[in-house]
Design a protein around this ligand. Structure first.
Ligand code: 1CP
Length: 352
C-alpha cells in the first residue's frame, strides 16, 4: 500500500521519527513521550471531565482533540493515538471497563477453554470509530506522524486472565505452563486481534506503529522465547507489508532486549534500567532504539533533568538510530512545562 493511497502527507512519511526508525540520518533526534496525552495536562482533564475512559476512546472528536493536545503544547515530533490496548478487546465483546486510578478490569476473567473460544476475531467494522479518528487526525497533523499502537498478546492475556492489573501475573504464568495448548490458542487469538487493530490504524493513515508488551519484563528469557515471542512475531510480521516502522516496547526487559528486537521490530523501546549504548549492543546493529529517560526524574529540578537528557542523547548517539522518549509513560503528577522544556532541549542539544 503506497503512502499516497493511504493519503498520508509525504512529509509525515519522511518525518524525523520515520527516518530515525529506519536508521536513516536525521538533522536532530526526534522526541515524543509515551502517555503524552493524559492526566499530566489540565486541558486533558477538562475535556475528560464526566466522560468515562472507554466512552472517550469511542468518540472520534474527543480522540482527535486529546491526541493533538500534547502536539500543540509541547511540539513533540509525533502524536500517538489516544486509545487503549483493551479497546479492541471491548470491541469484540469482552465485558471490561477502565476504572479510574486502576486500569482495565474485566467482569469475568478468561480462564477456561470455553472462555478462550468465546473471544472472536476483530473485523474493521468493529472499530469504525478508530478509522474515523485516525483519518481526522492525519488531516489535522500535516507533517507530524501519527503512531498507531496495540497491546502485545502477552500483555493483553495478562489483563484477560488476571481480570485486571497484576503485579506477579501468577495466573497468567500458571496457564502458560499448566496448559500450553490453551495458552497458545489464546495468544493466537490475541495476536490476530492486535494485528487487525494495527492494520486498521495504518490503513487510515498512521505513519508508524508501536506494539506495547509492557509487562514482558516479568518473564524469564526461556519463557519469553517459548511462550510469548512467537506470538508477538506474528503481529509484527503481519504488518511488515505496510512499510511503516514498527516499535516494540516493554518495561524491565533488559534480559530480553535481543529477543524483543529479533521478533521483528525496526525499533526497540528501552526502559531506564539499561543505558542506550549498552541496550543497542544487546539488540544489535539492525535496529534503532527508543527511550529512555526515567519518567520519575521529571519531578526533579531542571539542572538534573538537563543533565540526564544530555546523557540519554549521548548514549543514544552510539545506536544506529535513536528516538528520544521516556523509559515508560509520563506520570500524572508531572509538570507539563517540564515536558515542553525537555522537547526544546532535545531539539537544540541533538542538532547536527
Ligand atoms: O482516565 C484516564 O485518564 C485513564 C488513564 C489511561 C489513559 C490516559 C488509561 C487507563 N489508558 C490511557 C491511554 C493510553 N493507554 C494510551 C494513550 C496514548 C498515549 O500514550 O498518550 C496508550 C498508548 C495506552 C496503552 C496502554 N494501556 C498500555 C501500554 C502502555 C503502558 O503504559 O505500558 C497499558 C499497559 C494499558 C493498560 C492501562 N490502561 C489504563 C491504565 C491505567 C493502564 C495500566 C494499568 C496497570 O497498571 O496494569
Amino acid at each position: 500500500m503506497s503512502a499516497m493511497a493511504r493519503c498520508v502527507p509525504m512529509n509525515a512519511v519522511d518525518s524525523l521519527l520515520v527516518r530515525a526508525a529506519h536508521r536513516r540520518p536525521v538533522p536532530r533526534t526526534p522526541v515524543w513521550f509515551m502517555r503524552q496525552a493524559g492526566r499530566s495536562l489540565p486541558e486533558y482533564r477538562a475535556v475528560r471531565a464526566g466522560i468515562g475512559m472507554l466512552d472517550a476512546c469511542a468518540r472520534p472528536d474527543l480522540v482527535t482533540e486529546i491526541t493533538l493536545q500534547p502536539v500543540r503544547r509541547h511540539g513533540v515530533d509525533a502524536a500517538i493515538l489516544f486509545s487503549d490496548i483493551v479497546v479492541p478487546l471491548k470491541a469484540v465483546g469482552v465485558d471490561l471497563d477502565i476504572k479510574p486510578g486502576v486500569g482495565p478490569v474485566l467482569a469475568e476473567p478468561v480462564r477456561t477453554a470455553q472462555d478462550v473460544a468465546a473471544i472472536r476475531p476483530l473485523v474493521a467494522e468493529d472499530i469504525g470509530f478508530i478509522d474515523e479518528a485516525v483519518r481526522l487526525l492525519v488531516g489535522e497533523l500535516g507533517g507530524t506522524p501519527l503512531i498507531g499502537f496495540a497491546g502485545a498478546p502477552f500483555t493483553l492475556a495478562s489483563y484477560l486472565i488476571e481480570g485486571g492489573p497484576s503485579r506477579d501475573h501468577a495466573r497468567t504464568k500458571a496457564m502458560m505452563h499448566g496448559d500450553p495448548a490453551l495458552w497458545s490458542t489464546l495468544l493466537d487469538r490475541l495476536a490476530q486481534i492486535a494485528l487487525a487493530f494495527l492494520r486498521v490504524q495504518v490503513a487510515a493513515g498512521a505513519s508508524a506503529v508501536q506494539l506495547f508488551d509492557s509487562w514482558a519484563g516479568a518473564l524469564s528469557a526461556a519463557d519469553y522465547r517459548r511462550f510469548v515471542g512467537p506470538h508477538s512475531a506474528t503481529v509484527l510480521a503481519g504488518v511488515a507489508d505496510l512499510g511503516v516502522p514498527r516499535i516494540h516496547f516493554g518495561v524491565g526487559t533488559g534480559e530480553l532486549l535481543d529477543q524483543i528486537g529479533a521478533v521483528g521490530a525496526d525499533v526497540v523501546g528501552v526502559d531506564w534500567r539499561v543505558p542506550l549504548d549498552e541496550a543497542s549492543r544487546r539488540i544489535g546493529p539492525d535496529r534503532a532504539v527508543q527511550g529512555n529517560l526515567d519518567p520519575a526524574l521529571l519531578l526533579a529540578d531542571w539542572p538534573v533533568v538537563d543533565r540526564e537528557v544530555r546523557r540519554v542523547l549521548a548514549e543514544g548517539r552510539d545506536a544506529p538510530g535513536h528516538i528520544f522518549n521516556l523509559g515508560h509513560g509520563v506520570l500524572p503528577v508531572t509538570d507539563p512545562d517540564m515536558l515542553t522544556r525537555v522537547v526544546e532541549l532535545v531539539h537544540t542539544a541533538s542538532a547536527r
